[in-house]
Design a protein around this ligand. Structure first.
Ligand code: ACO
Length: 333
């Protein structure tokens, strides 16, 4: 009998400081009205210097473990674009700080698709009997890589972390994840990138400029690709699951832009009011966006036990991925 990965706990962590559009707009020759109408973002949480991605990941992970009713996991995956360091990975430090002992711990790098990739990886660990319980965290201090003068990115992104605990279970029980669809298109690697800091643009005695260490995104070029890739991937998992769009109670997509979320629902044939969105409050938090949206929707009673949920994400790479689950009964830490 194949073992499924079953959602058993959820939690999140936002840095306390919220920054409104009105605070950001003047220095960027922008306005609250432009940012709200073009992106849906009203405010975002920003980690102060001294707060690293692992700090947010530990906060979210501790809450997810508490919500699962057991403070144990035998693997920790951290999906992030903004690790504490280029080396080592962030996950081992998170596992240690959570008191999880010598468990397997590694990062998953797929930008905004990272959390869905990490869910699939965790499901694989469970299916292979390499782990019985996996803590999967999406965590970002995305504002640490933004160019504060680039108005096309500085107004969109925010910081935060969300986490889930997956346990071994049966494929037909509430909370069981899958099927999955994952994909990539490296031809589009330059559309979403941080140019410096890796082996392509090496340390050569000529330091990279500060701007080359910052995140860049060709927003216009990426917009429709995000809609179409998530729609195609979402349809693929619905087909594999034997669900129709009408069966989906809640669509939880990567929170890239409120207009992308609306077009995606239209393309999938899912009523817009079934989309879950917290982008107004937290912005685009990259790998943290889906678990943050899930935790908020669960806390607010928007996601209820028995709801059939479609998760779909798109991000740098380019990458995309989707999965489905029936929402289980969960405690909230
Ligand atoms: N304030 C005011 N004006 C602005 C701002 C701003 N913050 N940003 C851009 N503009 C201006 C532009 O300069 C341009 O002016 P022009 O017409 O005089 O040249 C005008 O607004 C329109 O610019 P667009 O780039 O066409 O704006 P658009 O409506 O496309 O919004 C945005 C830009 C928000 C970046 C959008 O394209 C987007 O969300 N793209 C997709 C993001 C995405 O899906 N990313 C992938 C996932 S995230 C990840 O992987 C990390």
């Amino acid at each position: 009998m194949s073992r499924a990965a079953v959602l058993a706990g959820i939690g999140s962590c936002l840095p306390p400081r919220a920054v409104s559009n009105a605070e950001l707009a003047p220095a960027l020759d922008s306005s609250d009205a432009w940012i709200r109408s073009r992106t849906g973002v009203r405010r975002r949480h920003v980690a102060d210097p001294g707060t690293a991605t692992s700090d947010l990941a530990v906060g979210a992970g501790a809450r997810a473990l508490k919500s699962s009713g057991e403070p144990q996991a035998d693997a920790v995956l951290v999906a992030t674009t903004t690790p504490d360091h280029p080396c080592p990975a962030t996950a081992p430090a998170v596992a240690s700080r959570l008191g999880l002992g010598g468990v397997a711990a590694y990062d998953v790098s797929a930008v905004c698709t990272g959390f869905v990739y990490a869910l699939a990886t965790a499901a694989g660990l469970i299916a292979a009997r390499a782990a019985d319980r996996v803590l999967v965290i999406g965590a970002e201090t995305f504002t640490s890589i933004l160019d504060p003068t680039d108005r096309s990115t500085a107004v969109i992104f925010g910081d935060g972390a969300g986490a889930v605990v997956l346990r071994a279970g049966e494929p037909d029980e509430p909370g069981a994840l899958g099927p999955f669809d994952l994909g990539s298109d490296g031809e589009g690697q330059d559309l979403i990138t941080v140019p410096a800091g890796g082996s392509r643009q090496r340390l050569s005695g000529v330091p990279a400029t500060a701007a080359e260490h910052c995140f860049r995104m060709a927003g216009k070029e990426v917009f429709w690709r995000a809609v179409r890739r998530m729609a195609r991937s979402g349809r693929t998992v619905l087909d594999r699951a034997g669900w129709s769009p009408a069966d989906v109670d809640r669509l939880v997509s990567h929170q890239a832009n409120a207009r992308i979320i609306q077009h995606l629902a239209d393309d999938l044939g899912i009523p817009r009011d079934r989309s879950v969105s917290d982008i107004a409050e937290v912005g685009n938090t990259a790998a943290a966006s889906i678990p943050l949206a899930l935790d908020r929707a669960h806390a607010d009673g928007v996601l209820r036990a028995g709801d059939r949920v479609l998760l779909t994400a798109f991000g740098g790479g380019l990458t995309w991925g989707s999965t489905v689950l029936t929402w289980p009964r969960l405690e909230r830490a």
